[in-house]
Design a protein around this ligand. Structure first.
Ligand code: URA
Length: 211
């Protein structure tokens, strides 16, 4: 049976498919809302659909997607274990960078996906996704390092396509992926600890009167 969260995620996808909030829909073939289970512990956020993704309406189905599957296999995960999406849901023409106003227009979709899925770890695999949580950082300095933001951790990583162009980055990405199981466990421990922490008692009535 479909859970409520899966149904809500599907509803977001339906709305993304008819989205006209920026101009990208005009030149795209298909929107690419993203895919994966509603209870995914890991969410990966890329830049935007490329040629093949635009053709098929699915994220990371081209060469970098294949490499991503290999990276996941190193940590015994499959694509179907993670939720994968992009900062912009329609392909920018000729794979140009998305413009700030396009990222901003698309942001509510990503916000809703994050709020519904409540991942333990968000892996940013594009500089535009990274910029949201690490606006002044360089990927070369922070890749593979986790930083907590409220209920989830964010781990910036190199884009798989970058490693296909620069073979030196391949082992770096593999090592960064190998850190993910520990980060997920850390995130789980942190949320268990906060669930168990004794709730602050209400101040006694006398004290309340003072304010
Ligand atoms: N690169 C991305 O950033 N996203 C995709 O969906 C495919 C390639």
């Amino acid at each position: 049976m479909m859970t409520d969260r899966t149904a809500e995620l599907n509803e977001i996808a339906e709305q993304v498919r008819v989205c006209t909030r920026c101009i990208l829909y005009k030149t795209a073939t298909h929107a690419v809302p993203g895919e994966g289970p509603a209870n995914a512990e890991i969410m990966m956020i890329g830049e935007g659909p490329g040629f093949h993704e635009d053709q098929q309406g699915r994220p990371f189905v081209g060469a970098s997607g294949k490499f991503l599957d290999e990276l996941l296999a190193h940590i015994n995960l499959k694509r179907s274990d993670i939720f994968i999406t992009n900062v912009v849901k329609h392909r920018p023409p000729n794979n140009r960078d998305p413009y700030p106003e396009e990222i901003e227009a698309c942001r509510p979709w990503l916000d809703q996906q994050i709020a519904l899925i409540q991942p333990k770890v968000i892996v940013t695999i594009s500089r535009f996704a990274m910029a949201r949580w690490f606006p002044n950082e360089k990927i070369s300095a922070v890749h593979g390092k986790a930083k907590r933001f409220g209920n989830f951790m964010v781990v910036p990583m190199f884009h798989p396509a970058a490693a296909l162009h620069n073979q030196n980055l391949k082992p770096v990405l593999i090592e960064d992926f190998k850190k993910l199981p520990k980060y997920i466990q850390d995130a789980k421990n942190a949320s268990d600890a906060s669930a168990e922490a004794p709730k602050k008692k209400d101040p006694p009535a006398e004290q309340l009167k003072m304010f």
